[in-house]
Design a protein around this ligand. Structure first.
Ligand code: FEO
Ligand code: CA
Ligand code: CA
Length: 663
């Protein structure tokens, strides 16, 4: 067992994304102080030596395991030949499937976009090309087709050490990264944001349509509107925008979602990295910014753009950390930052329609000891009138979750004037509650989680899956029922069943679906089923998808040679019946990468996966063993050409000969 499995990168923007800081939650919400042993699985017990000795039945433990394995295999919802886990410089997919590169960093997105020329990249070219570090992937069908639609992709962040020639030098064995030029910062800003691109299946494989009329790049300079309760508030007014309603750009767009009415929502996650400078003495935002880790200064943008210097524009950070909604049907539409969904380090925003027509968005705040949220719209979804849905995200109720030891979950509303959310605690309006969502949730006593990443409602069974990626800082006395392991290096997955299967319910039940990590090491306390093979277990769940058959697929972030002896990838995870908690490896990434997406087309015949930050790392891999940077990367995936850098890319996985995936 390893307390700190992530190899710490020498590069600032990589460190920011490893997110391995102490967390910024200094509130004192109660913890339960003991491990809930009744939630241990049978496998966990059998694998522990003490537990094996304690079994007094005449049936041998081995026989029990074998019987369990047979039952689980028979009951699995998935059918494919499992891939072998491991580490190397390329991607791998299960036998009988193809994983084809669809879009790489720098690929043209418009008929008039220049070809990628990495040694002579410009911001202008980058703004017409696929951005860096693809994360969320969504698909909006055109005319209801599963073969033709808009692919929407977030570009979360940039790795300048892998993007720009000549930036990194190794001096006396130590990494030195030079300062970025203004042009390089401009390229970074153009490589952030999102891509909207038409794709069409030709001869069984998706291809981008470069003359698609709806193709669009969104960047850190795209003009956006602040909408909802915070729009126009004094705390979001700046010198450049005295109205407090117009913002340039979006940053650190991690996961996201596609709404039931076909818009694209982008989550702004680690916004603190982009701000530098010092607040004026006694500024009212000091505590707010401390809770968000602002400023962090991992990026050099403030050198060239005053709005990222909080000494000069102290309110600018309040204009980031939101969910951004984009109307993909109009390439000239102004994206809207929907403030009703709160401000924090938003991981994603997957949604489902409740029985009464209200729409429910599940939201994670990805930091150690931060919270799970959901937003329920006030209005109802109208499937026959798209225009009527376009401002649903401006009104509704934001809730945060309290997970109790008895297996119940309570969704507590963050409403100004209710409970502690009053002027007495510095909340003069709902805008104040939303700008300081974290502090409001602290006061309500929300449960401090092990880094909530993607949260996915499953419309086919009314359940919700919460990926909790890891939290090595959780101490023994901070362990609670919903976060049952101290120094949680490998993360876990919680399954919520909302009351009556209604996603808008304010109460529900929860249980741990899976405690991750190597189940053959008793001390890890992992809880995969006995049918899970040595290739099938994983750690650090991050993104997930539910396919059309209602099956769960989990992508990981943070595995590697040292942490788990395997790269990140995509695992098929059974949630039902005797096979519950059985996991199988389907796809894995090259060295240094994490896996984002994933997404299945409505016919389950294509799975899109986003290979993010390939080649970012390799120090801990015997096949490389040194710092990885532009001139000397740990892999040149996916092109493997000496003059091409390693490139984050989205792949499309299909079954050879066609058909649904994993059946
Ligand atoms: Fe951007 Fe929490 O992953
Ligand atoms: Ca993520
Ligand atoms: Ca992550």
């Amino acid at each position: 067992m390893n307390d700190h499995p992530q190899a710490s990168s020498p590069f600032r923007t990589s460190q920011l994304e490893e997110n391995d800081g102490p967390g910024h939650n200094a509130s004192e919400n109660p913890t339960m102080g003991e491990i809930i042993s009744s939630r241990f699985s049978r496998r966990g017990l059998l694998k522990g030596s003490l537990a094996v000795a304690a079994i007094s039945a005449t049936v041998s433990p081995i026989a029990l395991i074998l019987a369990d394995e047979a039952r689980a295999e028979a009951a699995s919802a998935f059918s494919f030949d499992e891939l072998e886990a491991g580490v190397d410089e390329t991607h791998h997919v299960a036998a009988g499937y193809d994983a084809d590169v669809l879009l790489r960093w720098g690929d043209p997105l418009f008929a008039d976009a220049p070809a990628f020329d990495p040694a002579n990249q410009t911001a202008e070219a980058q703004a017409k090309q696929f951005g860096y570090n693809n994360d969320y992937v969504g698909f909006v069908p055109i005319d209801g087709s599963a073969d033709h639609g808009l692919l929407v992709v977030n570009h979360e962040y940039t790795n300048p050490h892998l993007m720009f020639p000549g930036l990194v030098k190794i001096v006396d064995g130590k990494v030195e990264q030079g300062p970025l030029s203004r042009e390089q910062v401009d390229i970074e800003m153009a490589a952030h944001g999102g891509t909207i691109v038409e794709i069409r299946k030709v001869d069984g494989k998706f291809q981008p349509v470069l003359d698609g009329k709806l193709n669009r790049r969104i960047t850190s300079n795209t003009e956006m509107l602040l909408s909802g309760p915070v729009a126009g508030n004094d705390r979001v007014k700046t010198n450049a925008d005295p109205s407090g309603t117009r913002v340039f750009g979006t940053v650190n767009n991690c996961a996201g979602g596609v709404t039931p009415w076909g818009t694209y929502v982008m989550a702004e996650e680690n916004i603190h990295g982009y701000f530098a400078g010092e607040l004026p003495a006694g500024h009212r935002e000091a505590a707010n910014y401390e809770r968000m880790g602002v400023p962090d200064g991992s990026y050099e943008w403030a050198k060239f753009y005053e709005r990222f210097d909080i000494g000069k524009e102290p309110n600018e950070p309040n204009r980031f950390g939101w969910i951004v909604e984009v109307d993909v049907n109009d390439p000239n539409s102004t994206p809207k930052k929907r403030t009703a969904l709160g401000r924090f380090k938003h991981e994603g925003a997957e949604s489902s329609v409740a029985p009464d027509g209200r729409v429910v968005f599940y939201l994670g705040d990805d930091e150690r000891f931060d919270y799970v949220y959901k937003f329920v719209t006030a209005g109802t979804f109208n499937p026959d009138d798209r225009a009527a849905n376009m401002d649903l995200l401006d009104e509704g109720t934001l809730y945060t979750a309290k997970f109790s030891e008895d297996g119940s979950v309570e969704w507590m509303p963050l409403v100004h004037g209710e409970g502690p959310l009053t002027a007495r605690n510095g909340f003069d309006s709902q805008a104040d509650v939303l700008i300081e969502t974290r502090r409001a949730a602290d006061l309500l006593g929300a449960t401090k989680m092990d880094r909530p990443e993607d949260i996915q409602p499953n419309a086919s069974n009314g359940k919700v899956y919460v990926m909790l990626t890891n939290n090595t800082k959780r101490k023994t006395d901070q362990v609670d029922a919903a976060n049952p392991r101290e120094k949680n290096a490998f993360g876990h997955i919680i399954e919520i069943t909302e009351e009556g299967g209604d996603f808008a319910a304010t109460t529900g039940k929860w249980e741990v679906l899976l405690k991750c990590g190597d189940p053959s090491v008793a001390e890890v306390g992992a809880s995969f089923s006995t049918a899970t093979t040595a290739d099938g277990w994983f750690g650090m769940p991050d993104n997930c998808a539910i396919d059309s058959a209602g099956r769960l697929w989990v992508a990981t972030d943070g595995q590697g040679p040292k942490a788990t002896g395997r790269t990140d990838g995509l695992w098929a995870v059974d949630t039902e019946g005797a096979a519950r908690a059985t996991s199988k490896l389907f796809f894995r990434v090259p060295i240094g990468a994490e896996l984002c997406g994933p997404l299945f087309t409505p016919d389950d015949q294509t799975a899109f996966v986003a290979v993010q930050h390939p080649g970012d790392g390799g120090e801990d891999w015997d096949g490389f063993g040194r710092a990885s940077y532009y001139e000397d990367p740990s892999t040149r995936w996916p092109d493997f050409k000496p003059d091409m850098p390693v490139r984050p890319s989205v792949l499309a996985i299909t079954r050879q000969g066609g058909g649904k995936i994993g059946v």
